[in-house]
Design a protein around this ligand. Structure first.
Ligand code: PEP
Ligand code: MG
Length: 762
């Protein structure tokens, strides 16, 4: 029986030791040929430049033909497969009308031929073929085998050969496999950097400790406790080291590890195993594994992450038992990009901040602790996106582009040069933008826009103010909730909210009520759903948890006492009833507080426009709220039905898609008609091309991450409102999102803002 997945697993395992692409391709053809007991297996790869298919590896055909035989798409059987992008299974190849004979292959001996296209994300990468001497068709099982192999190899192959023309690629056996290896993730933190990769081992070494008994339990107990205390000390020192660099609420992340280390169960269970006769390492493994397993099985990504935290801590304690002092983390003297599966905050703490250039974490999302930390440190970060093979990239040079959530390992010289230029340009650009801080966000023909900051951390207060934010357009209240170990009390919330309101008073702060669900879950209130983005999210969740909601509303009202710059924003509104129910709760909170003698004002209330039903119902919504704010991140996701965090469909996630911009135009126009102030608070407001359109539509308030504020202000101060309106009229008739971007970017170029195109591609 053929077992394609087993063959693939073996290929991937053995590939880890290879140095050159050529070896890898040879490995693939050898394993496929052996598994199928075919006489020949060959791979042809498409050279993007010449659109020719080159024979790059074969087992069975003459080796001299490798690199020599090339076919145009449509030429020969391989070209036929490429052209039709479908498989071909023939018993006698030479009788097929497209057959073409290449003498150097000496393939005249073979009759049967099976070829399958290798396609990744609709792009042809190449063709894999098998041949045999006897003139009989390959079986269905054999067909299925090759199809599976081709499908599974398409992704890695497309990366390995990315941007290299195949002949050059093969002509340089020393070119490591990872040359120009591209990794597409999701956004963690914006920015651009170049640095050397430091792979952070997450190999759970403790897991490989065998069951071993020990004679001297006393000695083992002492060994365990010494290692545990050392780990506590290290953690404490790491936290201290970051103190000057990180704000308090971000530092609180260290307490997650501290709590694990101080967990009585961890130490008492380990000690119990030791007393039963196990060695300290075995006892620790048994305890850590038991605890981690419970979390790992949970569907919720936050709780799964807890399993990683526990394992990470277990490894640290184990390393201390082995006399490992935490590795060579501090011996860094060049810009470093930390890469790993599950980088922890203590990993970050090991590095001198001045050398920490970027973070790439193959798990997690933009809401992971590590992304929050990267944002607070102002370091680009790319998250999610799946497997990275450490043997391919460790110590390689890499460029990280946090705007596009892309990392290129071992960039070819041209690309590296280009990124260096862009990074320099960006740094210069950002410096130049400082002087914009005091100037109003007003177009040359007098159209005034209010520019607000999006925040969530107390740490974000000063960047917003420093960059001239005229208020907070979106305060993501779920972020402090996510950083807590349990629901923050009403008093704790008052304390946090007051800080933001005070910092910006008398300017407005639009506080959004808890927006959890979807990809944002609370570690201490977890639930899993088949389809979380369409489930218990935002206002749906809070309305169903009245006491949590009421206490948050009360906290917001109390925090604004005497300041009166609070505006309440409701997330994920999709039904009118939700607004009516909220007003009931607000009335209740106001009257409770007033009867307790607290002088609170009823604040203006707004709805986020994030789902299509809210757009359609705007006329009715207008009767129930004082303002609306378009959440373009979710709006784009729900209009296009494209998960905003899924790298597989990230090409489809585009706020310049005509359906998205026409819908936004419709919301703005309707809001104007109903005299409803309208703002936009997604990252679209940080994309200079999109800002032209928003200006043209007449949006009067934009809210975006503080970091990007000056760039957007520069667009506003350069483009006239009249020209922007002209462009919007032109663009709304266009149906191709790429053309739309090109048109807007050429306008940016024309007015001298070409430098923003890159830096603003948030
Ligand atoms: C949005 O959806 O555009 C938005 C601003 O909210 P969040 O990104 O927090 O979902
Ligand atoms: Mg949203």
């Amino acid at each position: 029986m053929l077992e394609p997945l087993k063959t693939l697993r073996e290929i991937f395992q053995d590939a880890a030791d290879l140095k050159a692409a050529k070896d890898l391709l040879e490995l693939i053809v050898e394993r496929v040929q052996q598994s199928m007991t075919a006489d020949v297996c060959s791979i042809y790869l498409l050279e993007p430049e010449s659109s020719e298919l080159a024979l790059v590896a074969t087992r069975g055909l003459d080796q001299v033909s490798v690199g020599q035989v090339t076919l145009r798409v449509g030429e020969g059987l391989v070209g036929y497969i490429a052209q039709h992008q479908s498989l071909l299974n023939v018993d006698n190849a030479s009788e097929h009308p497209s057959f073409k004979y290449f003498p150097e292959t000496r393939e005249e001996r073979y009759s049967a031929f099976l070829g399958v296209p290798i396609i990744s994300f609709r792009k042809l990468i190449g063709v894999i073929t098998v041949q045999k001497e006897d003139a009989s068709y390959f079986s269905d099982e054999q067909e299925a085998f090759v199809i599976t192999i081709a499908a599974q190899l398409a992704g890695p192959l497309s990366q390995w050969v990315h941007a290299e023309d195949v002949k050059t690629f093969l002509a340089q056996p020393d070119v490591p496999i990872q040359s120009n290896l591209k990794f597409q993730g999701v956004k963690g933190a914006t920015g651009m950097a170049i640095g050397r990769v430091r792979w952070m081992h997450s190999a759970y070494e403790l897991a490989s400790v065998p069951d071993r008994l020990a004679l001297d339990s006393g000695y083992e107990l002492e060994k365990f406790n010494r290692a545990l205390n050392l780990a506590k000390e290290e953690l404490h020192n790491s936290g201290r080291r970051m103190e000057g660099t990180l704000p308090k609420d971000v530092l609180a992340l260290f307490s997650v590890y501290k709590m694990i280390l101080e967990d009585r169960e961890l130490s008492s269970e380990t000690e119990q195993f030791i007393r039963e006769g196990w060695s300290a390492a075995t006892a620790l493994r048994k305890t850590v594994e038991a605890h981690a397993r419970i979390f790992a099985k949970m569907d919720d990504p936050y709780l799964q992450a807890k399993a990683d935290d526990i394992r990470h801590i277990g490894n640290r304690v184990y390393a201390n038992m082995q006399g490992d002092d935490g590795g060579d983390g501090l011996q860094v003297n060049e810009p470093t990009i930390l890469v790993g599966k599950d980088i922890s905050i203590t990993d970050i703490a090991q590095f001198p901040p001045k050398f920490l250039a970027g973070i790439v974490c193959s798990s997690g999302s933009s809401l992971s602790h590590i992304a929050i930390l990267a944002n607070a440190l102002g370091i680009p970060a790319v998250m999610g996106g799946g497997g990275i093979n450490p043997s391919q990239i460790d110590h390689a040079e890499a460029v990280i582009d946090g705007y596009r959530a892309v990392v290129v390992f071992n960039p070819v010289p041209n690309l590296r040069k280009e990124y260096r230029r862009l990074a320099r340009q960006e740094a210069k650009f950002i410096k130049g933008l400082d002087e914009l801080r005091e100037l109003p966000a007003e177009t040359p023909d007098g159209f005034r826009i209010k520019l607000y900051a999006n925040t969530g951390l107390v740490a974000d207060i000063s960047p917003g103010l420093l960059r001239g934010a005229e208020g907070v357009g979106l305060y993501r209240s779920e972020i402090p909730f996510m950083l807590h170990e349990s629901f923050p009390s009403e008093d704790e919330q008052v304390h946090i909210y007051r800080k933001i309101l005070e910092a910006y008073a008398p300017n407005p702060v639009h506080m959004r009520t808890l927006d959890i669900g979807g990809d944002k879950n609370l570690p201490y209130f977890s639930f899993s759903e088949e389809n979380p983005f369409l489930g218990w999210r935002g206002i749906r969740f809070t309305l169903d948890n009245t006491s949590i909601f009421l206490s948050q509303i009360r906290a917001m009202l109390r925090a604004s006492e005497g300041l009166d710059n609070l505006k309440i924003l409701l997330p994920m509104v999709s039904h009118l009833d939700e607004l009516k129910a909220f007003h009931g709760l607000l009335e209740e909170a106001v009257s409770q507080l007033r009867s307790a003698g607290i002088k609170v004002q009823r604040p203006p209330v707004g709805a986020m426009i994030e789902v299509p039903s809210a757009m359609v119902m705007l006329r009715d919504i207008a009767k129930l709220v004082d303002f609306v704010s378009i959440g373009s991140n979710d709006f784009t996701q729900y209009i296009l039905a494209v998960d905003r965090n899924n790298p597989k469909v990230s090409d489809l996630y585009n706020w310049l898609n005509p359906a998205v911009i026409r819908s936004i135009g419709h919301v703005v126009q309707s809001a104007q008609k109903y005299n409803l102030p309208v703002s936009l608070c997604g990252e679209m407001a940080a994309d200079p091309a999109a800002v032209i359109l928003l200006l043209g539509m007449g949006v009067e308030m934009l809210s975006l991450s503080a970091y990007n504020l000056p760039k957007t202000k520069l667009v506003i101060r350069t483009m006239t409102h009249e020209r922007a309106a002209e462009l919007w009229t032109k663009v709304k008739r266009k149906s191709d999102e790429h053309r739309i971007r090109r048109l807007l970017e050429s306008e940016l170029d024309r007015v001298g803002l070409g430098g923003l195109i890159r830096a603003g591609a948030a």
